[in-house]
Design a protein around this ligand. Structure first.
Ligand code: FE
Ligand code: FE
Length: 185
């Protein structure tokens, strides 16, 4: 695909960008966004036990427990990514995840304990988180590929696949019985 920028006076080629890339603004942005998702994953890992405890059904509680373990793997994977790129492992506050987790907290406060309305609401909050992660990992994976960081792209793809599986698993739980029973409460 041909690309044009607003000021197209200087043409650049995509060839042999690796090496040159490391000091580019784009590469710096990429590293910054990795720090952002690293913060997001670490805080999600801390928030999931509270969501697990708040869940009414054992199914949803188990799904949160499983995803906490997976989230810890995502954290390890990002540490590998930083290492591969020769960058310091560092977290940078992710305002989006902070907001999503705040919303999850509000949902727990606003719904009654022991109801399936609460579970339906918790699934909503959790799926917003998963979609945020899916968007982030999808883009970062593509950036990594563009920059020639093939192995990093593969690591990010693994996490992306797991986030998608989690999202699908949450949909399944919601559709299996939670939404229906929440409507009957
Ligand atoms: Fe994750
Ligand atoms: Fe996730």
């Amino acid at each position: 695909m041909a690309t044009t920028t607003k000021s197209d006076s200087t043409k650049t080629t995509a060839k042999s960008t690796k090496g040159k890339m490391e000091n580019s603004e784009f590469h710096k942005f990429f590293i910054d966004e990795l720090k952002d998702i690293y913060w997001a994953e670490k805080h999600l890992s801390k928030a999931l036990p509270k969501m697990q405890k708040a869940a009414t059904s054992t199914e949803l509680a188990a799904a949160f427990e499983k995803h906490r373990e997976e989230t810890n793997n995502h954290i390890d994977t990002l540490e590998q990514v930083f290492e591969q790129l020769g960058e310091k492992v560092q977290a940078k506050k992710c305002d989006a995840m902070a907001g999503l987790l705040e919303e999850a907290n509000a949902i727990i406060e606003d719904t009654e304990k022991g109801t399936l309305v609460r579970d339906a609401a918790l699934i909503l909050a959790a799926q917003k988180v998963e979609h945020y992660e899916i968007a982030t990992y999808g883009t970062l994976r593509t950036f990594a590929l563009n920059m020639g960081h093939t192995e990093v792209a593969e690591l990010l793809q693994q996490t992306l696949d797991n986030e998608k599986e989690t999202d699908a698993a949450l949909t399944e739980i919601a559709e299996e019985f939670i939404n229906e029973q929440a409507a009957a409460e």
